[in-house]
Write a protein of this length. Structure first.
Length: 322
């Protein structure tokens, strides 16, 4: 359970990434029935202003002792690459004490310098991947994904991917009702998968009729019916080969994989928010059978539908049997 969050700010702080952490974890939304977290902003020294990349200063109320006992220690982006040993020691101690550690964008360099990422997988902004690999070859960097959840370590790429990682953590620790409430107030989607590519090439079409947007929208509103590449290509007024190539270019994956992931996402929402049995969820999502739903759901999410429902129910009703 997530109850306390300590944000470590360092010189050359990136204000947007810092603001993301404040927005997700630091605001009082009790008027919406959402939990209020113990939120601390910590620096190397309490009450000592920290310079930012935006020409303003941030003054942390707490020193490094504020990291102690926090359930989550979060590190926003910084342009620093050399870090005081006492800062690195404080992070090592936080990990040893059982805290979850989360980084946004270049905050990942701080954990790498502390040796906490040695032998672990992590995400980073695409612009920083090669620098991170060169400085810390013992760290495995995934150059494409939005964020990586590696248990007690969550690392994210730049800017909006930090929002995705934070909301993912809220969902994981506090459930779908809380993350949906926070996302609604922030006016952002409550869930983007960590494995989504950071950058999708979207060349400008020669005319608006070439856009796949209408076809994707149609697929999303008809998840319960069969879709073949031939059918979708006809709907897009393209040849099958052109449609398949354009689809991969614009979405980063194949039509089958994209459709399967969208069906799993829809199944997650139905499992969270309805009393439908697994057979009914499978039918509504286009999987055809509970067996096929379980296969794809476990492959994408990592758990069976029944286990997911027990963990992420929006209410306290008993979960349905598998």
């Amino acid at each position: 359970m997530l109850r306390s969050v300590a944000v470590l700010v360092l010189p050359e702080l990136a204000v947007f990434e810092f603001g993301v952490l404040c927005e997700v974890f630091g605001l009082d939304r009790s008027d919406d029935g959402l939990p209020v977290l113990d939120f601390r902003v910590c620096g190397q020294v309490a009450d000592e202003p920290i310079g930012t990349t935006a020409g303003v200063d941030v003054t942390p109320k707490y020193g490094l002792d504020g990291l102690r006992g926090a359930d989550l220690v979060a590190i926003p982006a910084t342009r620093m690459r050399e870090f005081p040993e006492e800062v690195l020691d404080a992070l090592r101690q936080a990990e040893a004490d059982g805290a979850t550690l989360l980084t946004v964008c270049s905050g990942v360099f701080v954990l790498a310098a502390a040796g906490i990422l040695d032998g672990r997988n992590c995400a980073a902004h695409w612009h920083s991947v090669e620098e991170l690999r060169a400085r810390y070859p013992q760290v495995t960097v995934d150059p494409d994904v939005l964020y990586v959840d590696d248990g007690n370590l969550i690392t994210s790429a730049g800017t909006a991917a930090g929002i995705d990682a934070c909301l993912h953590l809220v969902r994981r620790e506090l459930g779908s009702a809380v993350v949906n409430g926070i996302a609604r107030r922030m006016v952002v989607p409550p869930q983007r998968e960590g494995g989504q590519r950071q950058f999708i090439e979207r060349p400008l079409p020669e005319c608006s009729a070439d856009s796949l947007g209408p076809v994707l929208d149609w697929m999303l509103t008809h998840l319960d019916v069969e879709h073949s590449v031939a059918d979708l290509a006809r709907r897009a007024a393209m040849s099958e080969r052109t449609f398949a190539r354009r689809f991969t270019t614009e979405t980063g994956t194949t039509p089958h994989r994209w459709l399967t992931r969208q069906r799993v996402l829809h199944a997650r929402r139905l499992l969270e928010d309805t009393d439908l049995g697994v057979d009914a969820v499978a039918a509504r999502c286009g999987f055809g059978s509970a067996t096929l739903l379980r296969h794809h759901f476990r492959k994408v999410v990592g758990v069976a539908p029944a286990g997911y429902r027990r963990t992420f129910r929006s209410n306290e009703r008993d979960a349905l049997p598998a």
